[in-house]
Write a protein that binds this ligand. Structure first.
Ligand SMILES: [Fe+2]
Length: 301
């Protein structure tokens, strides 16, 4: 057996089939997957039957697997092991959470365009989202291509953001959804400095690195920062940069957070289970370090 790749779009999303990710991968299959990851950003593996161990083991091929941030919230009972983030609408008992559940409110921030864990100094590299159960309608995930967005940004804006640092905080994205985090919920998650333009290691291409988590931009007043972020978001999420994934049960979708944005689309979350289970792989280090940017000490947490 050897894995087969079928592009979904020319250079952003691809499907990979004829590979069973619950089994050890041979070198040729892994090479195909790794090359595809570096070229395409979003990889869809249909019809995978994975237990949590298989899921985490495949994630580990991409780098160190992070612990879910849920272990840092107080009084949270976990449905999944700590190396799998529960981004479903299910409670610890496996049932659909009641409307108004605090965890659902906090997860509502995932409806905004973001890149995973950019509120941590070392953010996520790959995310691997496995979906054993889906709603019959709605609940798509959209992905936007930040390499293409950078390539087509006008020169004046490129000059404005290149070398800049933005502060990313989970409190900022939640506030945009009308959810105020308490001090206890915010816990260790203060704002993290991130380079606004990154160089993608494997392809050498540049990408825009922004998210709904961004509040301040270092060296810019708040109003100007907000306006700039709005302009960049509007540009980066135009339809020609977006792939909308309509889930099938047992899809595993892998994406490269270094050069994509994504958002979950609405569905009737009080009615249908959407069993979204995510393994998250840490990047190699802080983005400012990777880009050789020094950030002011007061910005560091
Ligand atoms: Fe996410």
């Amino acid at each position: 057996m050897s894995a087969e790749l079928w592009p979904v779009t020319e250079e952003f999303a691809a499907e990979i089939g004829d590979v069973d990710l619950s089994e050890p991968l041979d070198d040729a299959d892994w090479r195909l997957i790794e090359d595809a990851y570096n070229r395409y950003s979003v990889l869809v593996f249909p019809d995978q039957r994975l237990d949590h161990g298989d899921h985490a083991k495949f994630a580990a091929r991409f780098g160190p697997v992070a612990r879910t941030i849920d272990v840092d919230w107080e009084d949270v009972e976990l449905r999944l092991p700590p190396d799998i983030s529960d981004v479903s609408n299910l409670g610890p008992d496996g049932r659909v959470m009641a409307p108004g559940d605090r965890k659902l409110e906090i997860l509502s921030g995932n409806r905004l365009w973001h890149t995973d864990s950019s509120f941590l100094t070392t953010p996520a590299n790959a995310s691997l989202l496995y979906m054993p159960a889906i709603p019959p309608v709605g609940g798509f995930t959209e992905f936007a291509d930040m390499r293409a967005a950078w390539d087509s940004l006008d020169e004046e804006l490129k000059a404005k953001v290149e070398g800049r640092i933005a502060m990313h905080s989970i409190a900022t994205s939640r506030r945009k959804m009308g959810v105020e985090l308490t001090e206890a919920e915010l816990g260790v998650f203060r704002a993290a400095p991130q380079a606004m333009v990154r160089t993608h290691r494997a392809s050498g291409r540049k990408s825009l690195y922004i998210a709904a988590h961004v509040g301040d931009i270092v060296g810019m007043d708040r109003t100007e920062a907000e306006r700039l972020l709005e302009t960049l978001m509007a540009h980066a999420t135009q339809r020609q940069f977006v792939y909308a994934h309509r889930w099938r049960p047992y899809d595993l979708v892998v994406w490269d957070n270094k050069c994509t944005l994504h958002r979950g689309r609405p569905f009737d979350e009080g009615r249908w289970p959407r069993d979204a289970q995510r393994a998250t792989v840490d990047d190699v280090g802080p983005t400012c370090e990777q880009e050789g940017l020094a950030y002011p000490a007061e910005a560091a947490q």
